[in-house]
Write a protein that binds this ligand. Structure first.
Ligand SMILES: Nc1ncnc2c1ncn2[C@@H]1O[C@H](COP(=O)(O)OP(=O)(O)OP(=O)(O)O)[C@@H](O)[C@H]1O
Ligand SMILES: [Mg+2]
Length: 278
């Protein structure tokens, strides 16, 4: 009786999460520390296999929200749920499963590789620790992952990070995130530090993985063209709140919120249908 089943919980969900930070350098010593709200009662759900884009101006709280979903920043209130379970309450193997399933790729993932370890050693670490592979199994998997991100294994496995280009390092960062066999990747401006030509290659690579491996993405970006091309849904943040969310087409073509309209007016989005049309 499929109709009688309760709907499955989202893969990853923020429920009414808020987070404040102290404001620095506000003068008088005895003044009470002023706080600034970075994220203000935000609810957001990532479904298995979807690309959900998160857009909004600088300082609107996107990275802070992403870090809360990753368990790196604790919400002051509200909760983050993985498969319906509050991540703050996860222990032991359940916590390990969450840590493995939710991975991050950020702007400078390549820069966070261990500089003294080879490419292969950097990628092998999560294979050994998260998946418990033995050294020879890990070595085979490293080669598979390198080929997946289109870096020839024979050529790259024994190189050090500083011997790679920025785009190659970012691919290694993606391979390392994939090594854990995640179900969702929080991608925080993963290509904005890269050359335009490399950007397209890496974007294509990530969305191939979405198609072939059913990987979900929370894709944080300033690039509305990327949203148009890849995202099924989009959420718009403004001053710590989500002011609008919906299908990518609905939000980009018929924005309901005044801020979304301003954002779209400031950054025209090429509409592929219009380009190929009349
Ligand atoms: N660790 C922190 N300490 C103090 N304030 C912080 C911290 N992290 C974020 N903030 C503040 O919270 C607000 C939201 O920052 P956040 O990095 O989440 O924005 P963002 O939307 O990712 O911006 P950008 O598009 O520039 O990356 C900002 O005002 C920022 O200064
Ligand atoms: Mg950010």
């Amino acid at each position: 009786m499929p109709g009688a089943e309760a709907p499955a919980a989202p893969l990853l969900e923020a429920r009414e999460v808020s987070r404040q930070f102290p404001v620095r350098g506000s003068g008088a010593l005895l003044q009470a520390r002023r706080m600034q709200t970075a994220v203000d009662r935000v609810s957001l759900a990532v479904q298995p296999g979807e690309v959900l884009a998160l857009v909004g101006e600088s300082g609107s709280g996107k990275t802070t929200l992403g870090r809360m979903l990753l368990g790196l920043t604790r919400p002051d209130s509200g909760a983050v749920l993985y498969q319906g379970q509050d991540i703050a309450a996860l222990r032991g193997s359940a916590r390990a499963a969450y840590r493995q399933a939710v991975q991050v790729v950020f702007q400078d993932s390549g820069g966070s590789l261990n500089p003294r370890h080879t490419v292969a050693e950097n990628i092998a670490l999560p294979l050994r620790y998260n998946r418990g592979l033995a050294p020879d199994g890990a070595a085979r998997e490293v080669d598979t992952l390198l080929e997946l991100v289109q870096l020839g294994a024979a050529h790259f496995r024994n190189r050090l990070p500083h011997e790679l280009s920025g785009g190659q390092r970012q691919r290694v960062g993606i391979a390392r995130a994939l090594a854990s066999r995640p179900r969702v990747v929080i991608a925080d401006e993963p290509v904005s530090a890269l050359d335009v030509s490399v950007r397209a290659q890496i974007l294509r690579l990530m969305f191939d993985l979405q198609q072939t491996q059913g990987l979900a993405f929370l894709f944080i970006t300033h690039d509305l063209g990327v949203v148009r091309a890849f995202a099924q849904r989009v959420a718009v943040m403004y001053q710590g709140q989500i002011v609008e969310q919906g299908t990518a087409d609905a939000v980009l073509d018929a924005p309901q919120d005044a801020y979304t309209r301003r954002l779209l007016a400031a950054t025209p989005v090429p509409d592929p249908r219009r380009q190929h049309g009349a």
